[in-house]
Design a protein around this ligand. Structure first.
Ligand SMILES: Cc1cc2nc3c(=O)[nH]c(=O)nc-3n(C[C@H](O)[C@H](O)[C@H](O)COP(=O)(O)OP(=O)(O)OC[C@H]3O[C@@H](n4cnc5c(N)ncnc54)[C@H](O)[C@@H]3O)c2cc1C
Length: 458
C-alpha cells in the first residue's frame, strides 16, 4: 500500500496539474495571490476574467493542489459552510445566511459547467448521511428539523427510512439516513487541472515552487525576491497559514486522513449496490466520509490524529499505521463480507477558524485580503470565496460581496499547549461518546459529546 505522496489523486502522473516556473527574480504585478489551491486559483481566474487589464500572479510554495485541494474527498456539495447561528450574528442577520445557502446551491452547477462534467468525473449523486445507532438517528432527524427553521425544503434535504437507504447502498446496521440531492461526486485533482487550465487561459501568471516568506509594505517576498503589488494581495493558504507573521493561531490546521481501495470486483459492487455513487458519510461524532470513485474504488476518510502540536502539518500526506488500520476497520464495519485491498493512504489539513465559520477579511490600508476558514466544506466555498474576492478587488457590489462571510477574521485560537490539549481531548471525548452510544439503546447524545460541543463552541 502506498502511503503519503500527497494523495492518491495527485500521485497519478497523467492526471496531475502541470508544474510552473519558480520565481527567480523580482517583478511588479497588480494582484498577487498566495496559495495554489482551489481558493487561490478561483480568485486569480476570477480577477483576470473580470478585468483583463489587471496583471495577476499566483504563488504556490509546492505544486498546484499540494494542500487540501489535492487531497480531499471530492464532495462538491451545498452543505452549509460554517455555523449558521454564528454568521446570522453579522448585520445581514438570517437573510444573509439564507443567501449563502442559495448561492451554495447554484454554485455547484456553475463549477461543473466551468470545469467540464466529464473532465472532472462529476456525477450529481447527492449526499447520504447514514445513521446506525438510536442516538445517531435522533441527531440526524434533529439536523433535518433544524434545517427547516432555516427554510431548507424537503426537496433539498430529507430523511430516508432504513429500507429506502438500503435501496441505495447496503450499509450494516443502518436505521435511516439524511439525503440531499445537492452534491456532485468529483475527482479533486482532475478539477484542479481543469481550473489551472482556465486560469492560464485567462492570463494568470502561475509560479510553483515559490514560497512567500513575508508580506511587506510594497508587496511580498517570494523565494527571497521582492514582488511589488500595486492593487491587492490575496492570502489563500487555509490550513497552512502559520507561515504568516502573527497568524499561527488564526486557523487551526485540523487533520483528516483518507484511504482508497483497489477497484472492487463486480460481485462486491453487486453486494454493496451504491449505483448512484452518493457521497456517503456517517452520523457518529467521529464521522467518516466516502465516495465511490469513477474507476470503481472506495475512498474513505476520517479524522485520524486530529491536530499536531503548534499548528504543525504532515510530511507530504504520510499517515500513521493506527489511522490506516482504523479507516480499514470502518470499511469492514460498514460493508461486512466485502474484501478490500487498501491501495493508498494519505492525510491533509483543513483550516478551522475559532468560530468554525468562513471569512473574507479585507485590510484596505495594507491592501491585503485573507480568505478561508471553510473547515471541512471547502470545495464549493472556494469557488464562492474566490469569486467574492475578485468582486471586491474589481469594485463590484454583488450578492457575494453582501454575504456575511465578508467580516474580520475571528479571534485567535488558544496558545499552546492549550490548543493541542483541547483539540485532542475533544476528539477523545467524541470517540468515547460514540463508544457509549454504540452500546446503548438510548436516543440521547452521550454526555462526553454534549460537553465537547459546548467547549468547542459548535
Ligand atoms: C482529507 C480532506 C478531505 C476533504 N474533503 C472535502 C470534501 O469532500 N468536500 C469539501 O467541500 N471539502 C473537503 N475538504 C476541505 C477542502 O479540501 C478545503 O477546504 C479546500 O480544498 C481549501 O482550499 P484552499 O485553496 O483554500 O486551501 P489549500 O488547498 O489547502 O491550499 C493552500 C495552498 O497554499 C500553499 N501555501 C501555503 N503556504 C504558502 C506560502 N507561504 N507561499 C505560497 N504558497 C503557500 C499550500 O502549499 C497549499 O497548496 C477536505 C480536506 C481534507 C484535508
Amino acid at each position: 500500500m502506498k502511503n503519503g505522496q500527497i494523495s492518491h489523486w495527485k500521485a497519478r502522473p497523467d492526471v496531475d496539474a502541470p508544474r510552473f516556473p519558480a520565481v527567480e527574480a523580482g517583478f511588479d504585478v497588480d494582484v498577487a495571490v498566495i496559495g495554489g489551491g482551489l481558493t487561490g486559483l478561483w480568485a486569480a481566474w476570477a480577477v483576470a476574467v473580470r478585468d483583463p487589464s489587471l496583471s495577476v500572479a499566483l504563488f504556490e510554495a509546492e505544486t498546484i493542489g499540494y494542500g487540501a485541494s489535492g487531497r480531499n474527498g471530492g464532495w462538491l456539495s451545498a452543505k452549509p459552510v460554517g455555523l449558521r447561528p454564528v454568521l446570522a450574528k453579522q448585520p445581514q442577520g438570517r437573510a444573509g445566511v439564507r443567501s449563502a445557502d442559495t448561492i451554495l446551491g447554484k454554485s455547484l452547477d456553475e463549477v461543473v459547467d466551468l470545469l467540464g462534467s466529464d473532465t472532472i468525473d462529476a456525477k450529481r449523486s447527492g449526499w447520504l448521511q447514514v445513521a446506525r445507532t438510536a442516538s445517531e438517528l435522533e441527531r440526524a432527524t434533529r439536523y433535518v428539523d433544524k434545517a427547516r427553521t432555516w427554510d431548507i425544503s424537503a426537496e433539498n434535504l430529507r430523511m430516508l427510512s432504513a429500507a429506502e437507504t438500503t435501496e441505495r447502498v447496503v450499509v450494516s446496521d443502518v436505521r435511516g439516513a439524511i439525503f440531499s440531492p445537492d452534491c456532485y461526486r468529483i475527482d479533486p485533482v482532475k478539477a484542479l487541472a481543469s481550473l489551472t487550465g482556465l486560469a492560464v487561459e485567462a492570463g494568470v501568471r502561475i509560479h510553483t515552487g515559490s514560497r512567500v516568506s513575508e508580506l511587506t509594505d510594497a508587496g511580498l517576498v517570494v523565494n527571497g525576491h521582492q514582488v511589488r503589488v500595486a492593487r491587492q494581495t490575496v492570502v489563500a493558504t487555509e490550513g497552512y497559514s502559520s507561515w504568516e507573521k502573527g497568524e499561527k493561531r488564526r486557523l487551526l490546521p485540523m487533520n483528516s486522513a483518507m484511504v482508497v481501495t483497489a477497484p472492487l470486483s463486480a460481485a462486491d459492487w453487486a453486494q454493496v449496490r451504491w449505483d448512484g455513487a452518493e457521497c456517503l458519510s456517517g452520523s457518529a461524532h467521529t464521522f467518516f466520509y466516502a465516495q465511490r470513485t469513477a474507476d470503481g474504488r472506495i475512498a474513505i476518510g476520517g479524522r485520524g490524529k486530529p491536530y499536531r502540536f503548534s499548528s504543525g502539518v504532515d510530511v507530504d500526506g504520510q499517515v500513521d499505521s493506527g489511522t490506516v488500520e482504523s479507516l480499514g476497520q470502518s470499511l469492514r464495519d460498514l460493508f461486512p463480507g466485502v474484501s478490500f485491498e487498501l491501495a493508498h493512504a494519505w492525510c491533509g489539513v483543513l483550516g478551522v477558524s475559532r468560530d468554525w465559520s468562513p471569512f473574507v477579511d479585507v485590510d484596505a490600508d495594507a491592501k491585503v485580503t485573507h480568505v478561508g476558514g471553510y473547515a471541512g466544506q471547502g470545495l464549493t466555498a472556494a469557488y464562492m470565496g474566490g469569486n467574492l474576492v475578485a468582486d471586491l478587488i474589481t469594485g463590484r457590489d454583488t450578492e457575494l460581496t453582501r454575504l456575511p462571510w465578508v467580516r474580520q477574521r475571528p479571534r485567535r485560537w488558544e496558545p499552546e499547549p492549550l490548543r493541542w490539549i483541547g483539540a485532542n481531548a475533544l476528539y477523545k471525548a467524541y470517540s468515547w461518546a460514540d463508544h457509549i452510544e454504540s452500546r446503548s439503546k438510548s436516543t440521547s447524545t452521550a454526555w462526553p459529546a454534549r460537553i465537547a460541543d459546548r467547549i468547542a463552541g459548535r
